[in-house]
Design a protein around this ligand. Structure first.
Ligand code: ADP
Ligand code: MG
Length: 765
């Protein structure tokens, strides 16, 4: 049934030709139990490999059941092997991570059998080789003899007419070896069994034929134990077994089994995919966050220090060219608009900077000023809420530099008195102590939009203190003209000729000017009881005050009424016009002409602004005032390109990592190839395997992210993930992860099958 006619096999290595065997002519028939012996290197294995179709030959002709094979392609040999050959190797080639049952089942699954056919047959084979009690034991736990029995059962599972065993007892002790030979002898009744052995004595009582090889040639070919002489090669009908390709469901089952059955491999690959999923989620959310119109750090503005992207800045339309103040009704109406979180009546305060100092502690606490009535953040983390007019609550990012770190320092801050600089005064105003009575931490600026300034700190205080700050800010930023002795002095330059300061020593409606202005103002002394006009212009309104000069001050009288700021001399102060504090307030303590509104959802900020404009107000969104935010379409594109770039980097890295992890699987794939799987089956097994790992990793990542968001809801990363990753994004990330798994497994499968069957087996086994 197998006939070799002058067949030679040569090896070419490094330009040298070596003969595996040469000019071998042999006939083999069903019912024979052939032992091939000979010293090492005599060509036994090469001959078996050629007969098995694992290796090709160069010369002569091999007939299989009457058919020539010299024209066979790799695919034809694959087909031949599946129809005719069952191999048993010295090294067993079992799948160590599979049980006895699974190892035997494997070959039937690969050859397209149904589960219902597989079960009884596998159980019968296990019984035949005497391993029933080890049915569910992993192959790695078996002894050498037991492993070889499994290998035999596996070779028999396909019921091929030819069984080929290359030194099947080479790794076994004498007792197990005898058992194996007996088993093979029993099989040989209705099959062709060819065994290579070093130890002929061991097989001598059973075999029907002995072939001795030497130096690639057949030296001896004798019948044993009374077997008949060889006949002409016979053609058998129905000899080849029929086979189908693996069933898709079996492929799926095997792939999933492979995903789990080596725990270390499973954990490592799952970890790689977990890393991919998490990296994609973080990259997606943080790049959207960076460029987002809500929390993005990109974008800046020279005029506003609070650049929170939920901020809207509102004005009322001019009436006859005059700014209109916001009334209580206006504020109420704005407060009622959907998505509005807080309305800050005095817009100026949002960008103000309130600072307190305590020289003993060396502490300088600063932040934007806000009305305690606008605070909605609950109990502070340290201390308590303010009660008195001089008490302050600080709300701050942990990372802010404006507040002390550490429990002890915070407590001593809460216990201490702080002072401020009065407007235009370089000395701390020790007459008015303040206390920071509470400290509340926030995790990000969206938690308290009023802390949207650089420091990320807001100081909530009493309306009385806010009035002071507002007046100071207006005075600082407003323009002022002084009309004095029929001349108007513009007060716009950095070093103004005149400045106005408040002192309670001055009677309301009057002012004091310096005696030493002779060189500027003609005869200052004559100014007594003369009018002095002050006009101011803030960004919102104009106002004026007509005063009468009630004193021409000297160094002595000035110093009594106004404390000369530290580091300044009387000479530096000669441009100061002293007026009463109430008059200063008259000029600057106006209603609000500009308010700021902070919205709940920054994404809808512009919609909310449109709604407010419909109500008859004017305004801008901070999002439009920021520079370099750029075109959202471009930013979206950049975000996507970055994401794709990351995916590619992850793909390359994980390919190399997974290749190392899968290296341990090479044996598996050469084994299943030997058992009859084709390239496509092996590829799909790897793909299903990795897709399973990727899916598990994705589910674990989802559970992890869910838990993270649930248990650490206010961590910055959690907020970012919650705001910027939508369910559809997770679907996309899952698909990207699957795509990465798919590409890796296809590439890996291609590499694995670049080599021929025999090379793969020789290399890996
Ligand atoms: P045996 O199984 O009897 O020990 P082999 O069939 O393995 O002998 O080897 C027969 C001859 O072929 C030896 O000379 C060996 O060196 C050579 N040979 C076997 N495999 C290869 C190979 N892959 N490349 C080159 N020479 C080989
Ligand atoms: Mg050998």
């Amino acid at each position: 049934m197998i006939r070799l006619d002058n067949v030679s096999k040569f090896y070419y290595s490094k330009g040298v030709i070596a003969a595996g065997f040469s000019k071998v002519s042999l006939n083999f028939d069903i019912g024979e139990f052939v032992a091939i012996t000979g010293e090492s290197g005599s060509g036994k294995s090469t001959l078996l490999n050629v007969i098995s179709g694992l290796d090709t030959y160069e010369e002569g002709e091999m007939y299989v059941n009457g058919e020539e094979t010299s024209h066979y392609t790799e695919k034809d040999f694959e087909d031949y092997r599946r129809k005719y050959i069952g191999n048993i190797f010295q090294t067993f080639n079992l799948v160590n991570s599979y049980t006895v049952y699974q190892n035997i089942e494997l070959v039937m699954l690969l050859n397209g059998s149904k589960r219902s056919e597989i079960k009884p047959r596998v159980n019968a084979l296990i019984e035949q080789v005497g391993l029933t009690e080890y049915k569910n034991t992993k192959a790695s736990k078996l002894s050498g003899g037991q492993k070889q029995r499994v290998a035999i059962a596996r070779a028999l599972a396909k019921d091929t007419p030819i069984i080929i065993a290359d030194e099947p007892t080479g790794n076994l002790d004498t007792e197990s070896a005898a058992g194996i030979i007996e088993l093979l002898a029993s099989i040989a009744k209705d099959k062709l069994v060819i065994v290579v052995t070093h130890n002929f004595d061991q097989v001598a009582p059973y075999v029907t034929r002995k072939i001795k090889m030497h130096d690639g040639k057949v030296l001896e070919d004798v019948r044993m134990n009374g077997a008949a002489e060889p006949q002409e090669p016979e053609r058998y009908d129905d000899l080849a077994i029929s086979y189908k390709n693996i069933r898709p469901l079996s492929e799926l089952r095997l792939g999933i089994r492979n995903a789990f059955n080596i725990p270390v491999k499973f954990l490592l690959t799952t970890f790689v995919f977990l890393f991919i999923v998490v990296a994609l989620v973080i990259q997606l959310s943080s790049s959207r966050n960076v460029y987002s119109p809500i929390n993005g750090e990109f974008g800046f503005n020279y005029y506003f220090s609070n650049t929170n992207k939920t901020r809207l800045i509102l004005k009322k339309p001019l009436k006859d060219g005059v700014a209109q103040p916001f009334t209580a009704d206006d504020l109420k109406a704005l407060d009622g608009v959907d998505n509005v979180k807080v309305v800050v009546e005095q817009d100026l305060l949002v960008d103000s900077n309130l600072d307190f100092q305590n020289e003993e502690l060396g502490l300088y606490v600063y932040g934007a000023a806000a009305d305690i009535a606008d605070y909605a953040g609950g109990e502070p983390d340290y201390g308590r809420l303010p009660k008195a007019d001089n008490e302050v609550l600080a709300v701050s990012l942990k990372s802010s530099y404006s507040l002390p770190k550490g429990k002890k320092q915070i407590e001593s801050m809460l216990d201490s008195e702080f002072y401020r600089y009065k407007y235009g005064d370089n000395n701390l105003d020790k007459d008015h102590p303040y206390k920071i009575v509470g400290l509340k931490y926030i995790d990000n600026k969206s938690q308290d939009p009023l802390a949207g300034n650089m420091e990320g700190t807001v100081l909530y205080c009493s309306p009385a203190l806010l009035d002071d700050i507002r007046v100071e800010s207006n005075a600082r930023y407003g323009k002022m003209n002084i009309t004095f002795q029929d001349k108007t002095y513009k007060n716009e330059s950095h070093w103004p000729m005149f400045t106005v300061r408040a002192s309670d020593s001055v009677e309301p409606g009057t002012c004091w000017v310096s005696e030493d202005y002779n060189y500027l103002v003609k005869n200052t002394l004559r100014a007594m009881d003369k009018p002095l006009g002050i006009e101011i212009e803030t960004p919102y309104y104009k106002d004026s005050l007509d005063l009468t000069v009630s004193k021409i001050y000297t160094k002595q009288t000035f110093s009594d009424a106004f404390k000369i700021p530290e580091g300044m001399s009387y000479d530096d102060c000669k441009g100061i016009i002293l007026i009463n504090t109430k008059d200063l307030f008259k000029l600057y303590d106006h209603e609000s002409f500009q308010v700021s509104v902070f919205v709940e959802d920054g994404v809808k900020a512009k919609d909310t602004l449109a709604k407010i404009k419909d109500m008859g107000y004017e305004g801008v969104s901070m999002q439009d005032l920021l520079y370099s935010v750029g075109d959202m379409a471009i930013i979206n594109l950049v975000t996507k390109v970055m994401l794709v770039g990351l995916a590619v980097v992850l793909l390359v890295i994980s390919y190399f990592v997974i290749r190392i992890i899968l290296k341990s699987r090479n044996v598996y794939f050469s084994t299943i190839r030997m058992l009859g799987s084709n390239v496509s089956t092996a590829r799909w097994l790897i793909i299903i395997d990795l897709l399973t790992d990727a899916t598990i990793a994705f589910l674990v990542a989802m559970a992890g992210i869910w838990a993270y968001l649930k248990f650490f809801p206010i961590q910055e990363m959690a907020t970012v993930i919650r705001s910027f990753v939508e369910p559809s994004d997770y679907v996309v990330i899952y698909i990207v992860t699957l795509a990465i798994a798919f590409i890796i497994s296809s590439r890996y499968a291609n590499r694995l099958f670049k080599n021929s069957t025999i090379q793969t087996i020789k290399e890996e086994v």
